[in-house]
Design a protein around this ligand. Structure first.
Ligand code: ZN
Length: 138
């Protein structure tokens, strides 16, 4: 079951350049910057109440975010939902013939397990589900 919107991912060319808007204009604080090798991105986290913003900067040309930036430029990249049963959600999606980028979870930022739905099955919105590594701590 989905618990909440966990975060919104925003694709940027450079965290160093993009963070000025979030810090100086919106007055948010960057919690931390983390590299996620599985997605070839650096991620800067800004907490807004219960939800985080994640600025996603590619670390290499093969990064999915690099490809997104090439095609569409900077902007809204994905919506991340927190779930407590990531594999069950993926199994249900497959039964409904939903296109998945990940059929099993991969390691994401913040020590979470993540999986992406393909935007072809989600009305054009790249959709991520994520779960804390240790589901018992939910
Ligand atoms: Zn995400």
């Amino acid at each position: 079951m989905l618990k909440k919107i966990d975060h919104l991912g925003i694709a940027v060319h450079s965290i160093e350049k993009a963070r000025a808007f979030y810090e100086d204009v919106l007055g948010l604080q960057c919690d931390r910057i983390e590299e996620v090798p599985s997605q070839q991105v650096r991620v800067a986290f800004f907490k807004v109440g219960e939800v985080s913003l994640e600025l996603l900067e590619p670390t290499g040309p093969e990064s999915p975010v690099a490809k997104f930036l090439e095609k569409q430029g900077e902007g809204m990249h994905h919506v991340g939902y927190l779930t407590d049963d990531i594999q069950e959600t993926l199994n249900r999606a497959q039964q409904k013939e939903c296109r998945l980028i990940h059929k099993t979870p991969v390691p994401g930022a913040g020590e979470k397990q993540i999986a992406f739905f393909h935007p072809a099955s989600t009305n054009g919105v790249l959709t991520e589900i994520c779960a804390k590594q240790d589901a018992e701590n939910l």
